[in-house]
Design a binder for this molecule. Structure first.
Ligand code: SAM
Ligand code: SF4
Length: 346
């Protein structure tokens, strides 16, 4: 491989950082390393999901090259997601190679979003590769509800994984999708449990991504309502804490913990957007809520040098839209975006 050519795309050699037409620097890349998963969460996938043929996926080496191309142009934070990132075969080799960018200082943070099912196996290795903070998705602590929501998941395994992650020194944040009827009564319990273990909790509104065989309006629970209900029991104070993502945080006086609200529907969070997403086939999405995308697999495979790839990335970033158009209401029953969250990653 032509590493010299790669080096010419390095900020230290005068390459330009990626900045979109609205002046937002692209410093955060989320990469879906697989569309497959060992769960079938009701809001994310239908039970009979069809997955991509394996030959369409980028290899781990290609994913490494793609991520490195973004890091060379100013990406400081990299999140691996999916599908379930930890079910991709040999995924630790990708963490190992990406961790070199932490060693050189080119990257500030390497992290992942996981359902936790494989954490007991991988937590130590992840910590060894410089991963410091992880997001674990967990919507309920009730084993029966957990099974119903994830269809295939086992709560005990996830809790074991969270224990292993904390034992390995990883800082865990819990992400929970707020679901009307399913976990809405349990949110205070989930929060007290997370805060009791020193973990932040972020609540997410259901987004209209992909057809999952049930109507979104039945799942959608506005976080403004959740917050108002929590405020009846707890003292919530707005704080300026940010993790580089769209969550807005409050501190909870009674628990001493932090609670985040990710509200793509009730609150437009696009103005400070610093991120783009890549799928496991090398498709770059400039916005989670829009269909426009750029194929990076073709320029990646067309040449061993990164020239074509970098040009394709620049052209794509020049088209990053100002914001998304998510809508969930009784008149709009089609998903705003036809792809599932497991394609682009959460
Ligand atoms: N499998 C991993 C996990 O569950 O953490 C990573 C991928 S998953 C797609 C990332 C996040 O997206 C999870 O927290 C999940 O709850 C969330 N998610 C999936 N579908 C969603 C939807 N339609 N609306 C809002 N959040 C969703
Ligand atoms: Fe899998 Fe995560 Fe989607 Fe659940 S939310 S089905 S764990 S990808």
């Amino acid at each position: 491989m032509d590493t010299d050519n790669r080096r010419s795309f390095d900020l230290s050699s005068g390459a330009k950082p990626l900045v979109d037409p609205f002046g937002r620097a692209i410093t955060y890349l989320r990469v879906s390393v697989t569309d497959r998963c060992d769960f079938r969460c009701v809001y994310c996938m239908s039970e009979q999901m069809s997955f991509l043929p394996k030959q369409d996926l980028l290899t781990l080496e290609e994913l490494d090259r793609l991520c490195s191309a973004f890091i060379a142009r100013g990406t400081r934070k990299l999140r691996l997601t999916g599908g379930e990132p930890l079910v991709r075969r040999d995924i630790m080799t990708l963490f190992r190679s990406l961790s070199h960018h932490l060693d050189t200082g080119a990257l500030d943070e390497l992290t992942l979003t996981t359902n936790g099912s494989q954490l007991a196996k991988y937590a130590k290795e992840l910590a060894g590769f410089g991963v410091k903070r992880i997001n674990v998705s967990l919507d309920t602590l009730d084993p029966v509800k957990f099974k119903a929501l994830t269809r295939w998941g086992d709560l005990a395994k996830v809790l074991e994984g969270i224990d292993a992650a904390q034992d390995a020194g990883l800082h865990v944040k819990i992400n929970a999708v707020a679901l009307k009827g399913d976990n809405e009564d349990e949110i205070p319990t989930l929060m007290e449990w997370a805060h009791g273990r020193g973990m932040d909790l972020s609540l997410i509104e259901v987004m209209p991504l992909g057809d999952v065989g049930s109507e979104r309006v039945d799942q959608y629970l506005p976080l403004s309502l959740v917050r108002a209900r929590l405020a009846e029991k707890f003292t919530l104070e707005d704080i300026p804490f940010r993790t580089g993502g769209p969550a807005r945080y409050v501190s909870v006086k009674e628990t001493g913990g932090r609670l985040g609200f990710i509200t793509p529907l009730t609150h437009n969070f696009c103005e400070g957007c610093n991120r783009v997403r890549i799928t496991c086939t090398g498709t770059l999405y400039m916005c989670l809520g829009q269909e426009d995308a750029a194929d990076l697999r073709t320029p990646l495979r067309a040449s061993e040098s990164d020239d074509l790839l970098q040009t394709a990335i620049e052209h794509a970033i020049a088209r990053k839209p100002k914001g998304h158009d998510f809508v969930i209401d009784r008149r709009t029953q089609q998903p705003a975006v036809s792809r599932h969250m497991s394609m682009t990653g959460g």
